[in-house]
Design a protein around this ligand. Structure first.
Ligand SMILES: NC(=O)c1ccc[n+]([C@@H]2O[C@H](COP(=O)([O-])OP(=O)(O)OC[C@H]3O[C@@H](n4cnc5c(N)ncnc54)[C@H](OP(=O)(O)O)[C@@H]3O)[C@@H](O)[C@H]2O)c1
Length: 157
């Protein structure tokens, strides 16, 4: 097997890339601060919003784009309070709703959705990002914890 340490830093991205160009920085077509990408008046639901890309990238991008409201979902709602604060620093007019729900449970998803609908009858965007990033460890796929793999399978797939 190839020595992974000798591969270029962006190998994981470029080896499976199906577009001509890969981006590592925000470019105009996806820049949330551009007026043409404005989400003024829109309601967005982001699952997996307490840490990782949900908290650090996805929800802040919607806040920058001027969304009216962002609903943040994670297993434990208490972890979401600091994320709400960060988002309001980006967009002081933003409404937020933090909900604790395990999205691998149909019962909890139904309950969360009815709470969302009670406040926001129309949701414009759902980013179903919740899941656990297995590849942060240096283990190969076959060495990963099967329980975590299956948790991802039943949550966001
Ligand atoms: N990071 C990357 O480069 C990358 C690349 C490709 C794909 N992804 C995928 O993107 C997703 C997020 O990755 P990440 O790196 O941001 O992961 P992360 O740092 O592990 O964060 C996962 C988020 O999902 C929540 N979560 C996990 N299971 C949940 C469940 N059953 N119900 C509700 N919330 C749940 C976690 O909060 P609680 O623990 O509080 O529930 C947390 O907010 C994952 O599905 C991952 O496979 C990530």
């Amino acid at each position: 097997m190839a020595d992974l340490a000798t591969l270029p830093k962006d190998w994981v991205v470029t080896s499976g890339q199906f577009t001509r160009k890969g981006h590592t920085e925000i470019y105009p077509a996806v820049d949330p601060t551009k007026p043409e990408n404005s989400l003024k008046g829109k309601t967005v639901v982001v699952t997996g919003a307490s840490r990782g890309i949900g908290a650090k990238s996805i929800a802040p991008a919607f806040a920058k784009a001027g969304a009216k409201a962002i609903v943040l979902v994670a297993t434990n709602a208490t972890k979401l309070a600091s994320i709400e604060e960060e988002l309001k620093k980006i967009n002081p007019d933003l409404e937020t709703l933090a909900l604790g729900a395990d999205i691998s449970s149909a019962e909890q998803v139904t309950k969360a959705w009815s709470e969302i609908n009670a406040r926001y009858p129309k949701v414009h965007v759902l980013v179903n990002n919740a899941g656990v990033e297995c590849s942060k460890s240096d283990k190969m796929m076959h060495e990963q914890d099967p329980d975590i793999f299956f948790k991802n399978f039943v949550s966001d797939l």
